[in-house]
Design a protein around this ligand. Structure first.
Ligand code: SAH
Length: 349
């Protein structure tokens, strides 16, 4: 019998596991408390030695280990390269905001989606992360900084909806009130637009914020930078987003990466407004939604440059003047190159 990955269990499942190895159920609460603090079995000092021995024999913990850590001198952003149980690495970024501490986590080792501006997908996908490895990034980072993390964004390496079952399990783990207790409203999931999985997620009734990576508002342009668009073009993606909004009541956040000369003109902004109006209007009025503009992070291996500040400001102003709520993403950790995918690439070289 293989070892049980106890970091990936909900409290009741952990108690059942303890019973299955001949231990009393009530030890579950103690053990769970240690797990959520990111402790190793050897550190669980209030558990009897006999139990710790049994755990060493029957359990494993897929808690990521800090392999590298970069701290921004500008704003305190912390970027981690985490090593996983099999030696693979992923990245997480901890950001400090007025409303609390936020972590951006990875959902896969590498990514199969092939977006042309993205560093994470170079080299393709190696494997899914388990739910415990996603949770473990939060637990390990929180232990490292010694503070509670209150917000989670799934915007690191990987496509969460390509790793659907583990992602949904992770969402339930992170929300568990006896554990980290992070409310669904404090969690965002970003997807490139895997349409059937957006519908499945809606049916789970997990009221997280869905972020959809749009980056272009016409099929030809979007297919040129995001291969997923050939499978699920805008005519399928946008209605799925609308169904998600109607079903969950949660405002969707559309991400739009600004690439110089590619998608950052006023005409592009106008096309975006038309697209949003087409699918997100009710009786002629635009429904609540948000556009998050991200000046592209220049990736060494990729041949893209970021739009200049005037083009970014102009794009945002145009959207807002048409009643589309748009903000430009603040760039945190610019001195440590905090955007994802690049540290892992470096570590592979
Ligand atoms: N697979 C998910 C999460 C990816 S990362 C998704 O596609 O949404 C989160 C966001 O960063 C996505 O919108 C992604 O398109 C964007 N992104 C990727 N590479 C980028 C880069 N070099 N500069 C700016 N944004 C980038």
């Amino acid at each position: 019998m293989g070892k049980t990955d106890i970091l990936g269990l909900l409290p009741d499942e952990l108690s059942d596991f303890l019973v299955s190895i001949g231990e009393p159920k009530y030890r579950g609460a103690q053990l769970y408390g240690w797990l959520m603090k990111g402790r190793e079995i050897g550190e669980m000092t209030n558990l009897p030695a006999s139990l710790r021995e049994k755990l060493a024999e029957h359990a494993e913990m897929r808690l990521p280990k800090v392999e590298r850590k970069l701290v921004s001198k500008l704003d305190g952003t912390v970027k981690y390269l985490f090593r996983l149980i099999d030696g693979e690495c992923v990245e997480s970024v901890v950001m400090r905001y007025e409303h609390g501490i936020s972590i951006c986590i990875s959902s896969e080792v590498g990514c199969p989606m092939g977006c042309v501006f993205c560093a994470s997908t170079i080299g393709g996908k190696v494997r899914n992360l388990t739910a415990s490895e996603m949770l473990g990034q939060i637990v390990a980072a929180s232990r490292d900084i010694g503070e509670r993390i209150s917000n989670v964004v799934m915007m690191g390496i990987g496509e969460p909806l390509d790793n659907y079952d583990n992602t949904v399990r992770f969402l339930r783990l992170v929300n568990e009130e006896k554990g980290l207790g992070i409310g669904y409203r404090h969690i965002s999931l970003s997807t490139c637009g895997v349409v059937p999985m957006i519908d499945r997620l809606r049916e789970e009734n997990i009221p997280i914020t869905l972020s959809v990576s749009l980056h272009a508002a016409e099929d030809e342009a979007r297919s040129a930078i995001m291969p997923i668009n050939r499978r699920y073009p805008l005519g399928e993606l946008m209605p799925a987003c609308r169904r998600y909004f109607d079903g969950s009541g949660r405002r969707i956040s559309f991400e739009y990466t600004l690439i110089r000369g590619k998608n950052d003109s006023e005409k592009n902004a106008d096309t975006l407004v038309q697209l949003l109006r087409k699918y997100f209007s009710d009786k002629g009025k635009l429904l609540p939604l948000h556009v998050n503009l991200i000046p592209v992070n220049e990736v060494k291996e990729r041949d893209f440059s970021r739009s200049d500040k005037a083009a970014v400001d102009n794009f945002a102003r145009f959207l807002n003047s048409k009643g589309v709520n748009a903000t430009v993403r603040r760039r945190l950790g610019s001195d440590i190159n905090a955007s994802c995918g690049q540290l892992r690439r470096e570590s592979q070289r």
